[in-house]
Design a protein around this ligand. Structure first.
Ligand code: UGA
Length: 454
């Protein structure tokens, strides 16, 4: 007798940014048929051709394999995608509005589409919120939309689960396979069981809770991590004033099990599409609820001024920046991504230009280079910025350099090359990319925030 394996449920993924594509790859790897939905036609075309619309190492192979085996489809027709999938994952962006509040436009519009796709269904389809949404969004916004459009009751005709992601950009594929925990907030046991089954076999504790607690867990985690980085940065600034090395200090601090060794790397501040946006959204939500805040706003304020420490150190080493040629290495918000959202390279560049320097910019990632050039143009910064095609071109003839991301290509910089290329071998590092002892021995002025000058 032939044994038949259990057919894997089809999953629709709404939104093909970092989160949506990582989830698509995750489910494809676990044997599920996947439909990716996006309103941006170019993204749909790229995915349909087995190519990733964003830079993520390893993703192209998984997508092209999905297309070749017929397991993956991409479309702009969200209604049909929701109709023929057992589960619909909402992975759309939740950007900040200018006042810091969360913009739920995309969440609302895909909820309507999915709601229409639920109408008349007898198979108990489940809607899963993956996007980061402010507490009460699932209960007060998404659920009523789904119920109105589907003409069914949540928990009876369809399931609703909030399953926040804890993926780091650049590491999201491995993060998805090795989570610290899986959080499932839901309105009923049936839907959390169905979503929990999707993660079966992963070695991670399952937290079963309600929708709003799950939403809050995500914000609390990001706030905690951002505050941990911010506090390390503040301690670094104190270390600077006392000639103490913050990396040595944090080694001693991180071994305390109650604190842990992660997210203690002090430097030029945190960027990216999550920490700044999520902290601002939580601050705005707390203000609306009339909850007085003290720590959270300080974390954001400190992060605004922290990158300027690199410029202050460079200014000190060069005794003024007017007319100087400065190389700015690393433009994305962290290595291994083309994402420049909230990158600390922007405030650094702005301060360098303001103080009269000409800035030679470079990133090893071509996408990051392009995105950064467009971004600063949009911000009205055009003069005295010279995009460079290589590290050598950026450093050649420069009076000083600032490293903003710890890319492996910058780590490979040799003292001999630095001294040959630069007019003055002065490097200020917003991370800790190179070996301070090697640099000092080679006669390079190599300084950073919270370091002992060697
Ligand atoms: C962050 C969280 O780490 C993820 O768990 C979460 O899922 C994600 O936000 C999200 O909400 O979607 P991500 O923004 O991709 O992930 O990047 P991180 O690696 O957390 O770095 C954020 C920023 O903090 C970067 O600018 C990084 O350079 C900075 N950072 C991080 C430090 O300055 N020091 C550290 O020790 C760690």
């Amino acid at each position: 007798m032939r044994r038949r394996g259990k057919t894997k449920e089809r999953i629709a993924i709404f939104g093909t940014g970092y989160v949506g594509l990582t989830m698509a790859a995750f489910f494809l790897k676990r044997g599920h048929p996947v439909i990716c939905v996006d309103v941006i036609k170019d993204r749909v075309t790229k995915i349909s051709n087995g190519r990733s619309p964003i830079y993520m190492p390893g993703l192209d192979e998984i997508l092209s394999d999905g297309i070749n085996t017929g397991k993956l489809m991409a479309t702009s027709d969200g209604l049909t995608a929701a109709r023929c999938s057992r589960m619909s994952f909402i992975c759309v962006g939740t950007p900040s509005r200018p006042d810091g509040t969360i913009d739920l436009r995309h969440v609302r519009s895909v909820s309507k589409e999915i709601g229409d796709g639920l109408k008349g269904r007898k198979d108990f389809p489940v809607v899963v919120m993956k996007s980061t949404v402010i507490p009460l969004t699932c209960k007060d916004i998404v659920r009523p939309i789904l119920e109105k459009r589907s003409k069914m009751k949540a928990g009876k005709g369809f399931g609703l689960v909030c399953n926040p992601e804890f993926l780091k950009e650049g590491e999201s594929l491995s993060d998805s396979m090795n989570p610290d925990r899986i959080v499932l907030g839901s309105i009923d046991e049936r839907s959390s069981k169905m979503v929990g089954d999707l993660y079966k076999g992963l070695n991670a504790p399952l937290i079963l809770t309600d929708l709003t607690t799950a939403e809050m867990i995500k914000y609390a985690a990001n706030t905690f991590l951002a505050a941990k980085v911010g506090l390390s940065n503040e301690i670094a600034n104190i270390c600077s004033a006392h000639g103490v090395d913050v990396y040595e200090v944090m080694k001693g601090v991180g071994l305390d099990e109650r604190i842990g060794p992660h997210f203690l790397r002090a430097g030029a501040g945190f960027g990216g599409s999550c920490f700044p946006k999520d902290l601002k959204a939580l601050r705005a939500a707390a203000m609306k609820a009339k909850v007085p805040l003290r720590i959270l706003p300080s974390v954001l304020e400190q992060n605004e001024v922290q990158p300027l420490e690199t410029v202050r150190l460079l200014n000190g080493a060069l005794k003024g920046l007017r007319g100087r040629r400065i190389a700015l290495l690393g433009l994305s918000f962290k290595p291994n991504t083309d994402d420049v959202r909230e990158t600390r390279a922007v405030p650094i560049l702005r301060a360098l230009l303001k103080q009269g320097a000409t800035v030679r910019i470079f990133d090893v990632n071509k996408g990051a280079m392009e995105n950064f050039i467009n971004h600063v143009k949009d911000l009205g910064m055009t003069k005295r910025i010279i995009p460079c095609a290589s590290i050598e071109a950026a450093l050649k003839g420069s009076d000083g350099a600032i490293i903003q991301t710890e890319s492996k290509e910058f780590k490979a910089l040799r003292p001999k090359d630095i001294k040959n290329w630069m007019r003055r071998p002065i490097i200020i590092d917003g991370r800790r990319t190179l070996d301070p002892h090697l640099m000092a021995r080679s006669g390079i002025i190599y300084r950073g925030i919270g370091w002992k000058n060697l």
